[in-house]
Ligand binder design. Structure first.
Ligand SMILES: Nc1ncnc2c1ncn2[C@@H]1O[C@H](COP(=O)(O)OP(=O)(O)OP(=O)(O)O)[C@@H](O)[C@H]1O
Length: 221
């Protein structure tokens, strides 16, 4: 039997750095945030950024027209259908999908540039996109944001007033199916009406906790 003395324990701890895994392999983590339209993805992301969290939100490309107040790169890269099809053909997109009659895609380049620099990357995508990313990059961390209720979601979209009535109806119809997909995610965070701070704190805690894993879920693309 080997009895460990204070000296042997001290020798062992000299040989093994307590945080070797974390300090040597520091790489960013890939997060996926999905939710029905109007559940609060942008609001949560913007609040985390205002609080000083440093992560890169992938600017998707889309063929939809910019809304009032949006411009190239903010929050999307707006491209025509021909450009979109070229990027698909050149394998430049991690995933792409037709949502609400418009194409959306996630450029791979932004992920490849940021992760090796130790910067987390967040993909803000719908559930179809989330399913594709789960297949291609199972090591990503999947977070689903839900509203307190469908009624809350409806009034948020009405108050936001960024879609026509028929667009809003389509989003609410799709929300039923999208909410049913939450079971495939690692985390579900409720963003209740008037309780934004609570939801933000939960997402923030998830990000911090994922970095504290003994073996963080690093991915390579
Ligand atoms: N907890 C909350 N309480 C009240 N209002 C909220 C809350 N979270 C978000 N909102 C409001 O709900 C509306 C929708 O939020 P947001 O635009 O962030 O949703 P989204 O999920 O990014 O939608 P989309 O997918 O359509 O871009 C916004 O007007 C926002 O201010």
């Amino acid at each position: 039997m080997r009895i460990e003395t204070e000296q042997t324990v001290a020798q062992q701890s000299n040989n093994v750095s307590t945080s070797s895994t974390h300090s040597q392999l520091k790489q960013g983590l890939l997060f996926v945030l999905s939710a029905p339209s109007g559940a609060g993805k942008d609001t949560v992301i913007n609040t985390l950024k205002e609080q000083g969290m440093d992560f890169h939100v992938v600017s998707s490309i889309t063929t939809r027209a910019p809304r009032p107040g949006e411009s190239e790169g903010n929050p999307y890269h707006f491209v025509d259908v021909e450009t979109f099809e070229r990027m698909v053909a050149n394998n430049e997109l991690l995933e792409h999908a037709l949502v609400h009659d418009n194409w959306y895609g996630q450029p791979m380049q932004q992920i490849r540039e940021n992760l090796p620099l130790g910067r987390d990357v967040l993909l803000k995508i719908d559930v179809q996109g989330g399913a594709t990313v789960r297949q291609k990059v199972p090591g990503a961390i999947f977070i689903f944001l839900v509203p307190g209720s469908i009624e809350e979601l409806t009034s948020r979209l009405i108050n936001r007033d960024t879609e026509t009535d028929s667009e809003r109806q389509l989003r609410l119809k799709n929300a039923q199916y999208e909410l049913a997909q939450q079971d495939y995610y690692d985390y579900v965070v409720e963003n209740r009406q008037g309780h934004l701070a609570e939801a933000v704190e939960k997402v923030r805690s998830i990000i911090i906790a994922e970095h504290c894993r003994l073996h963080p879920r690093y991915v390579s693309l």
